[in-house]
Unconditional design. Sequence first.
Lengths: 263, 328
Amino acid sequence: MSDRVSPSTPGTPMVLADGVSKSFGSNEVLKSISLSVNPGEVLCIVGPSGSGKSTFLRCINHLERVDAGRLSVDGQLVGYRQHGDKLYELKPKEAAKQRREIGMVFQRFNLFPHMTALENVIEAPIRVKGVPKAQAVARAQELLTRVGLGTKGDHYPAHLSGGQQQRVAIARALAMDPKLMLFDEPTSALDPELVGEVLDVMKGLAASGMTMIVVTHEMGFAREVADELVFMDGGVVVESGDPREVLANPQHQRTQAFLSKVL
Amino acid sequence: MSLGNQDRPVTGSIPSPAGAPPTSEPIKAIKLKHPWRIVFAVVLILLVVWFIIDASQREAYGWQYVGKYIFDKRISAAALVTLQLTVYSMIIGVILGLCLAVMRLSPNPVVKSIAWLYLWIFRGTPVYVQLVFWGLFSLIYPKIFLGVPWTDWGVSFDLAFMQNAFIIAIIGLALNEAAYMAEIVRAGLLSVDSGQEEAATALGMGWGRTMTRIVIPQAMRVIIPPTGNEVISMLKTTSLVAAIPLTTDLYGVARDISAVTYTPVPLLIVASCWYLLFTSILMVGQYFLERRFSRGVNARRPDRGDGAALTGAVPVAGAPGNDLGGKG
């Protein structure tokens, strides 16, 4: 895993959130979240369920609309275009173009069940980016090998274990050559003995310099891989900092209460 | 392993020798008898035999006329018309139903309401009444004028083709079918996990591509079985085109012949035989289609035929399919 990801604009953070808020009806899920992730960094977001971590992740690739604040990826506003002091909502096509550069891995894998592992990986490069099929297949084969599934390309998702499915899902996201990878509890739906193989792939990805935001309950992974750890609760960032420090010596009472339950 | 076990009692625990797992004797019990089952079956068989003997001797059935007309040229030509009506109106109905289903799932409230209104009207009125209406359509609209009101600027469409009973029949049946297909397609689209659409969106795929490449192929598994029911149902509904009136279909021609020969019952039997032949072929086809589309994905046991064989009825959410009864 030596290939570096595409260089981004120097000096700008990969993800910059400034007062990001989001409500579902009267339920305020995100309350003014501000944080930044630099290129090549790994950010882990932890917190109890319902704390807004997944919603925040989904806002980053515009699967959810942000209600207030500014959210930008690589210097570009997510979902909007700014002209003067006015914001214009992006057309679906423009939003889709933004999403191409952001890979996402879901808790429930969401592989396309009617396609083989290889077809899952080549679908978007061929249909969205217009990559020639032979080239897409070669690249997909390389990615599947990279996640340790070089021989499983012709298997349907139903015939793969959860851990294998999630690794295919990672390969599928990587096939679009994203500059940012989002992981939404990638190991939460896995049997305990399958968690390790997925985390190993993610560690390798982090080591190759990929910018990653990982919502997770795997504190060991956060301690080992993350450059920064954010603890969210009730839609706010309660505490953030170096993962080893936060995990070893949490300052805030709510962080202490949460960590005492999961560690 | 079971050596020496033969004489042991069935009850009571058997101490197993150390290391070997305990072996238990297979149960050899006397089977429970069901005498009433046999009695009931015999009674049913007797009734059927009695009915057959009686029917074969009854004058009114006119079996010699059944034999005479079953392969009559006029009847087989009419059977072809019935097949054409079925195929053409199903094709149009499926395409229109797909459009309506997508309209019903649209975020645009006006589009959604129009689709809902269409379904409300076409599912809420009998197909027979609809066909009578389409038969009168050319009286209501001899031509349609599209243009600026109170001026003569615009285009005029001649609707003379709406006097062709065959075309009216296809349009009438298709418009009614579209309403039912829309619900089947909608159930199919909703059956696909929302995570699929999300994953496709996250990969930068647009709405149209997500539908055609990801959602619709998966929805087909749910859409195909009730659509098979609809085809079978449509074949029988075509007999209602008499309402337009169109009389070149199977039932219409059978009636026309019997009006001349005064033998209505044998010709009804002739028509029924042809309908049964077609529906039987369709049911067999449906069985194989269903097997094909349920491959791999769902956990049906491959070792069992799984009952769906010739009943053709597969319960699917939202499917208004009734396997043998007509609708209207």
